[in-house]
Ligand binder design. Sequence first.
Ligand code: PLP
Length: 465
Amino acid sequence: MSPEEFRAAAHEAVDWIADYLRDARQYPVLPRIQPGHLVDCLPKTGPLRGEPIEAILGDFRELIVPATTHWNHPRFLAYFANSASGPGILGEMLCAALNSNHMLWKTGPAAAELEQVALGWLRQWLGLPDQFFGMIHDTASTATMHAVMAAREAAAPQIRIAGEYPPLVLYASEHANFSVDRAALVAGIGLNHIRHIAIDDEFRMIPKALETAIESDLAAGKRPFCVVPTLGTTSSASLDPLPAIVAIARRYRLWLHIDAAYAGPAALLDEYKGILDGAEAADSLVVNPHKWLFTPMDLSILYTRRPEVFRRALSLEETPAYIAAAGGERAVNFSEYALSLGRRFRALKLWFVLRYYGREGIEKILREHIRIAHDLAAWICEDPDFELAAPVMFSLVCFRLRGTDEQNRELLDRVNATGEAFLSGTMLHGRFVLRVAIGNIGTTAPDVEHVWGLVKKEARGRLPV
Ligand code: PLP
């Protein structure tokens, strides 16, 4: 593709993107298609001869977009949102153009250093200690997998050489994200050695139950090694009681990994700073700018007080000559701390977002999301046909129709089938509830008002008699 051909096509693509950002609400949030639809629409074999870019862009508009679930739609309220904000998209475009790969400092000095700078800014904004080292992963699942691997290394360093395991045990609440279990699975901990600690009425880990589980494992000759509290659980955004869990982790010398994937950014706000009280004692912590920090997929940050453990866990007896790190003290070679050798220049889009909105701008949006969530909660409480299913901690609202699980599932399907909004469901206290997760940068109070109207309309005539 010649630079001139690229320029013309890129202008067309950028025009499309700008229209898409402006007109996102005109798309159905969920595509009205059946599985296999796109596969059936596209040729069974790849083209022998190259095709004009106009044809490819045309098919993008005509075939790909209609088969897309629009995460960037302001009424995408199903899973924790993510936003392709304007500055984030620009950072992503330029990242693709530079195609930098900072497996070593010398292979991508700008990417390696901007990762330190942008993550350092965010670390300060979150009030985390200066000595926390940050690294970018694609997702919280990958970040947590690395944290569990480091926890394993810290508890049983002989594993690296001998591959032999003592019976290590990991603890997380019943409401921890399933990525924690999968991280333990990959680290070879074994499903039998993951303890799901009981929760209280507000879906928070019960510290006493944690302590009892640890004592019982010790009595059985097992080796407690890691605890993963969550700040902002997936189902209800509940907060595990961090200070009490920190004290237990200290007493039993457990690696403390905090999952703040969704709610972490709230700690930017003075009124939510306290959620990270105790986090300074963490061995590691994950927060996802690709959830509630307006940075496009994918960008998850792992902060750790103990980067050397990650490096040790992944070190070989002999590093191949072709990848030998060099560059001196100030050269950070990120591939030493993570499994993947190649690394995208993800920090660029985060840096664009942090600079464009600034701390104040981001705080304003977060506060507005929290305010809208509380408005919705108030409307739910005022309506005799509905009930709130969990305290509203941040920007997630869980509620249900005062009826059966079946009626609530049906209500969810009906709302989603309108294409005007996408909500999700979960189980809380054994009952099916609806989730409205506010967090997309474009979501406004009228959007949520509209969705509440839709829920009431679709519920009409289906209420228990
Ligand atoms: N932790 C929590 C609390 C989550 O809610 C999620 C996903 O929603 C994850 C971890 C996994 O995030 P990712 O998709 O980045 O792996």
